[in-house]
Design a protein around this ligand. Structure first.
Ligand code: SF4
Length: 172
């Protein structure tokens, strides 16, 4: 006998809406380095119209929550992927391998789900789309992507930030 759940899932899959990955902290999941979330009301409201699949690259890369904040030193996410920059936490520990593993896990999810793109949290060393912190831990920003955003872009999966979404909503 087919279960009701299996039938429901089949129906949902059949009337599938477009799928996007989203930084889990933007939809209210408490996965940030400080154990908190960064819910964005506009991004969260999109859940009504599109399928958003929440993912936190730092968690799937193997880092705990809470964790020490980290920044990319001497470069951007693109440079980390080329082995030309490192991700270091505030204690001075090199956490690059966790960030790279997380980025590849998210890439795998993107491919598995056939997503149309990703909405990622600006300024994060993993998720930042246009801006990241400069590695000084002084709150200074520089241009560049986080490691996951850089990998998805390199693999032709489009990424936008919560700021891009807000601007578009305001314009519309
Ligand atoms: S890695 Fe991305 S999803 Fe996870 S807490 Fe940081 S910004 Fe949010």
């Amino acid at each position: 006998m087919t279960s009701e759940l299996a039938k429901d899932i089949t129906v949902q899959v059949e009337k599938s809406r477009k799928i996007y990955l989203v930084s889990a902290c933007l939809v209210g999941l408490a996965c940030r380095y400080n154990g908190k979330h960064k819910e964005d009301k506009v991004v969260r409201s999109i859940l009504q119209e599109a399928k958003l699949i929440p993912v936190c690259p730092e968690q799937v890369g193997g880092l705990p929550t809470p964790r020490s904040p980290a920044e990319i030193v001497n470069g951007s996410g693109e440079d980390v992927l080329k082995n030309q920059a490192r991700v270091v936490n505030v204690k001075g520990e090199d956490v690059t391998e966790f960030f790279i593993k997380g980025a590849f896990q998210v890439l795998e999810m993107a491919r598995m789900t056939g997503c149309e793109g990703a909405i990622l949290k600006e300024k994060s060393p993993s998720c930042g789309v246009r801006k990241i912190y400069d590695g000084s831990f002084n709150g200074v920003l520089r241009k560049g992507k986080g490691v996951t955003a850089a990998l998805l872009s390199k693999e032709r999966i489009e990424v936008v930030s919560e700021n891009d979404i807000r601007k578009t909503y305001i314009r519309d």
